[in-house]
Design a protein around this ligand. Structure first.
Ligand code: IDP
Length: 139
């Protein structure tokens, strides 16, 4: 079922560097409505669960360590065509390949510490949103 929602989290590097406000401003100015938001920190185990699809990749252990290294800001966002439009706003996984003006081009440090997550499908947006937020936290 197609939805108008996507899931994002501002990753530890961008939170640590004080880019949370600037990134949220870009998200809202691009027309996304914030349905749910909080500041939290993943354990390495929870980070591993979130990225379980990558468990066989060589960077999996580093990714778990990085994603649990500091606070993150997860959000559920709403907009028409949310998943695709948000992927466009954040840019390519590797900031060296991200387009000018994208969040990753502006704020990512490396292919791993790349500032922000964006769901890659409607189905994953629902799964990932539920990973962080109860129905009573969504407005
Ligand atoms: P995406 O976040 O753009 O959807 P994915 O391929 O799903 O990219 O990878 C998930 C996350 O894993 C990336 O955002 C990045 O933090 C990390 N990652 C992906 N590829 C590499 C890599 O080659 N080396 C180190 N970390 C990586």
């Amino acid at each position: 079922m197609a939805t108008n929602q996507t899931f994002t989290m501002i990753k530890p590097d961008a939170v640590q560097d004080g880019h949370t406000g600037a990134i949220i401003k870009m998200i809202e100015e691009a027309g996304f409505r914030i349905v749910a938001i909080k500041k939290t920190q993943l354990t390495a185990e929870r980070a591993g669960q979130f990225y379980a699809v990558h468990r066989d990749r060589p960077f999996y252990n580093d990714l778990r360590a990085y994603m649990s290294s500091g606070p993150i800001v997860p959000m559920i966002l709403e907009k028409e065509n949310a998943v695709a439009d948000f992927r466009k706003l954040i840019g390519a996984t590797n900031p060296a390949q991200a387009e000018e003006g994208t969040i990753r081009k502006l704020y990512a440090k490396s292919i791993e510490a790349n500032a922000i997550h964006g769901s890659d499908s409607d189905e994953n947006a629902q799964i990932e949103g539920s990973f962080f937020f109860a129905a009573t936290e969504q407005f």
